[in-house]
Design a protein. Structure first.
Length: 583
């Protein structure tokens, strides 16, 4: 009780600083209301810490407070980022790209960011209106800028907004720049922020960059002849109220697809996302309207992008003509297979190509790469790590694709982040190829399992909001590394434990080897005798801890076994949840 009283006192003291004239009237009223409220829950959540400027930037619930997304937190972050850019490029006329998505306050935040950069003597290319995340990444490279900022919370719920920091190669910042930027941001006080814009240094960009980006997206095409033969593929698309609404239909047409329909209710730009519970393509509910229109129009597939158009979702028809929602592992696997198989068939592989997947993504991709003698690389979760592999291999090896289980894929290297416009165009090409060969996407999926092995992957999210939740998640990781470390999972012996925080791999006999990774990460993985893999990772952007499960079934011989294998996998995953106390 005493500790709680002490925490409340600390939060009240911090909140009272936000009642000064340095903050606008609306902010002061919001803070005063929290101070006056006998229930101090909101006050504590808003002020118990500073919203962390992490390795990818900021993300949080919008509102007043040090632990909230608001123009003051954004302003201090931008001032620190500007300070770092000027130190990193001494004597250089620096420039940045600034963009935003459809979220509430997005334009206001983006304009504030642009104003502060310009006030620090940095030229700003500010997108005239909302644009996809991958186009921001593309523009940084295309314009030769030193950095960039995209105001987005990606697929988070409507209450959130965020701030992604990019470096000169178009990828989200990595060491040493992330550490350096964080250090500069932490030094900044409200009084240090230069708010007064130099309007001459703010250059609006829009249509011309759209054109250049769409032309670049065509680099991801593998076989245009297939598209020309199947140009009438019946496609339904939804931007989920976000930034893909113009770019993605244009990109599809530029590839040669002519039969494109959009979900009208979700073409409306709206940061409240009124037609979905959450604008996350990982949630099946978000695809409901698209499937309804797809049924009406007898579409071949339904596709969607999330609000900032870096992730994609795909729904295709099964052998009975019913809709099947593909998960992120399946789409990543299908991209990987198609790129390798068809580039090989067309003589486009020269022997120096490589593919990238994250450590929590399905191991079937590794099998596809190995059997086709294509190098693959494992990296940490987050596209900045895939971008890092492109960066360190540039000029030596050819990147042909990379993705992760969370519905993100990048099929070319003109962009250094997840790219749903390119990925959506390519999945439509894959669907066209399948139809050209008398199959559906679903048929192709089942054939890939037959050749490379069946697996089912389920991500279990354990949400724990607020300070108490953060403490609980931290303790869970401590326990899994110590007293509650499992020895078996779903009846199968754990034969290897990988701890990416310690960079060690420990076998069942206690033998330890070092992991070769570019940095440490708070991730645990368990590998079992029967091929089961479980990865545990606290989210860096949301109040949750994620359990990525993958189970195998060697009895799968073809499509007739699929339903049974799925049911058996569900039984095994339920046992995993019980073993890990996740029920």
């Amino acid at each position: 009780m005493e500790n709680n009283a002490q925490l409340i006192a600390q939060c009240e003291a911090r909140a009272k600083e936000w009642l000064s004239p340095a903050f606008d009237e609306e902010t002061r009223k919001e803070v005063q209301a929290m101070l006056d409220n006998p229930d101090k829950t909101d006050l504590i959540d808003a002020f118990y810490r500073d919203l962390e400027f992490g390795t990818g930037g900021l993300r949080g619930i919008m509102g007043a407070g040090t632990n909230r997304m608001n123009k003051y937190i954004v302003g201090m972050a931008t001032q620190g980022f500007a300070n770092y850019i000027l130190k990193a490029f001494p004597g250089k006329k620096c420039s940045v790209v600034v963009g935003h998505d459809c979220r509430n306050n997005g334009r206001m935040f983006a304009e504030s960011v642009a104003d502060i950069f310009s006030a620090n003597g940095i030229k700003v290319y500010l997108f005239e209106s909302l644009r996809p995340t991958p186009e921001i990444s593309f523009a940084i490279r295309h314009l030769g800028c030193q950095a960039g900022v995209n105001v987005t919370a990606s697929h988070n719920p409507r209450e959130y907004n965020g701030y992604k920091a990019y470096w000169d190669d178009g990828s989200q910042v990595l060491t040493p720049h992330d550490v350096g930027i964080i250090a500069e941001v932490e030094k900044v006080k409200i009084s240090d922020v230069k708010w007064q814009a130099d309007k001459e240094l703010i250059i609006p960009i829009g249509g011309e960059m759209d054109w250049d980006y769409i032309q670049a997206v065509k680099e991801a095409m593998v076989d245009q002849d297939v598209i020309l033969r199947q140009k009438d593929l019946n496609i339904v698309y939804s931007p989920m109220h976000g930034t893909g609404r113009v770019i993605i239909p244009m990109a599809l047409r530029s590839w040669g697809f002519q039969n494109i329909h959009v979900v009208p209710e979700q073409m409306i730009i709206d940061g409240n996302f009124p037609t979905v519970v959450s604008p996350n393509p990982e949630n099946a509910e978000a695809m409901t309207l698209g499937m309804k229109l797809g049924t009406k129009l007898n579409a071949d597939l339904v596709i969607a992008s999330d609000p900032d158009a870096d992730r994609l979702a795909i729904v295709c028809r099964n052998s009975k003509g019913e809709w099947e929602i593909l998960n992120g592992n399946q789409t990543c696997m299908m991209f990987s297979w198609y790129i390798i198989a068809n580039k090989k068939k067309l003589g486009q592989l020269k022997g120096n190509e490589f593919l990238v997947k994250t450590i929590v993504t399905t191991e079937v991709i590794a099998e596809i790469a190995k059997k086709n003698e294509v190098e693959y690389k494992d990296c940490y979760t987050g596209f900045k790590w895939i971008a890092n592999e492109i960066r360190v291999n540039e000029g030596k090896k050819k990147y042909i694709g990379g993705g992760e289980e969370s519905f993100g894929f990048l099929p070319y290297d003109a962009v250094r982040d997840k790219d749903s416009p390119a990925a959506i165009c390519l999945i439509c090409e894959i669907a066209a190829w399948a139809r050209d060969n008398g199959m559906t996407l679903y048929d192709l999926l089942l054939n890939i399992y037959k050749e490379y092995g069946f697996s089912k992957e389920v991500t279990i999210n354990v949400v724990r909001p607020g300070k108490s939740g953060a403490d609980e998640i931290k303790q869970m990781m401590v326990d899994f590394r110590g007293a509650k470390a499992p020895k078996t999972l779903a009846g199968s012996k754990i034969i290897c434990t990988k701890d990416y925080q310690a960079l060690t791999a420990t076998d069942a006999n206690g033998n330890v080897t070092k992991l070769d990774m570019p940095a440490t990460s708070n991730v645990l993985q368990w590998f079992c005798e029967d091929g089961t893999k479980v990865s545990v990772r606290p989210s860096g952007t949301e109040p949750k801890i994620k359990f990525y499960t993958e189970v195998k079934d060697p009895s799968y011989k073809g499509p007739a076994d699929y339903a049974r294998c799925l049911k058996d996998a569900d039984v095994k995953i339920a046992a995993l949840k019980k073993d890990l106390n996740l029920e």
